[in-house]
Ligand binder design. Structure first.
Ligand code: NDP
Length: 268
């Protein structure tokens, strides 16, 4: 039997990147998937890929995940069609797109946007889904980042603060809701080849060259999708609760060195 046969899964931010591959992965393993994003063309393509992977009855919800109405739609449309929710993957995230301001030059409005997207929306959507997850004895997997780990992140401080907050949310939700039978865990990716850097106006080829990843390559969306599936499968990871699973080819182990000066160390 497929790993997720009959499971009802919501993946936010699945029009592109990691989320799209995760939705495809779940569908290929027998799940009934709700996909979500903002870009209509990307959503159409994601729907096609999920369908080709074997996904039937794909639900598509479009809109900004920070909006209450979009969050309600995700829950209500999924329940209306399938009558339950087994797995919630809080994957939508990122920064202010094509933002001309960098680091601490970013405004308070930029901070609010980044916190709203990566932290507040995860809390509010998880709370909306929670009664249904308690009923199904389900799973939440948050998609965080190594940016939120215990290092300074002066180039993307607000994003790192949001992801660090998300990690604490994962721990606290995890220890609280396991008592009602719901597991909450997190995948923390390192650099992954998606549309995220393009949305920042950054040349991802250049960034990849400078990335210093011990494993020797940048991550693929499938590397992260497999880790999300592992945490969403209680048979595979039954004793992981409030856990942060770092999936980064070892790069966070090099971060202290990198933050000092990559050029200086490249010469050694
Ligand atoms: P992409 O930009 O490729 O995909 C992000 C997805 O989230 C898209 O489907 C996008 O929708 C959606 N999204 C973004 N903002 C909003 C919003 N305000 N409302 C609704 N949907 C939104 O990025 P990734 O796949 O790389 O990112 C997925 C997750 O992985 C994020 O949480 C990110 O922080 C995290 N991550 C990524 C890393 C990387 O190197 N790629 C590293 C570490 C963490 P649309 O495109 O339709 O607008």
């Amino acid at each position: 039997m497929p790993q997720f046969a009959g499971k009802v899964v919501i993946v936010t931010g699945s029009s592109n990147g990691i989320g799209r591959e995760t939705a495809r992965h779940f569908a290929a393993e027998g799940a009934l998937v709700t996909i979500h994003g903002r870009n209509e063309e990307a959503l159409e393509q994601a729907k096609k890929e999920v369908h080709e992977a074997g996904g039937n009855d794909v639900i598509v919800v479009r809109g900004d995940v920070r909006e209450d109405s979009v969050q309600k739609k995700l829950i209500e449309e999924t329940l209306a069609k399938h009558g339950k929710i087994d797995i919630l993957v809080n994957n939508a995230g990122g920064m202010v797109e094509l933002c001309p301001r960098k680091g601490f030059e970013q405004s308070i409005e930029d901070f609010d946007y980044i916190i709203g997207l990566n932290l507040r929306s995860v809390l509010s959507l998880t709370m909306l889904a929670m009664p249904h997850l308690i009923k199904s004895q389900g799973e939440v997997v948050n998609v965080s980042s190594i940016a939120g780990l215990n290092f300074g992140a002066e180039s993307v401080p607000y994003y790192a603060i949001a992801k660090a907050g998300l990690d604490q949310l994962t721990r606290s939700l995890g220890t609280h809701y396991i008592k009602q039978g719901v597991r909450v865990n997190s995948v923390n990716p390192g650099m992954v080849r998606t549309t995220i850097m393009k949305k920042q106006g950054v040349d991802s080829d250049l960034q990849e060259k400078d990335s210093n990843i011990p494993e020797g390559r940048v991550g693929l969306p499938s590397d992260i999708a497999k880790a999300i599936a592992y945490l969403a499968d209680r048979n595979a990871s039954p004793f992981l609760v409030g856990h942060l699973l770092v999936v980064d080819g070892g790069s966070h182990l090099n971060m202290r060195l990198m933050s000092t000066s990559s050029k200086k160390f490249a010469a050694l």
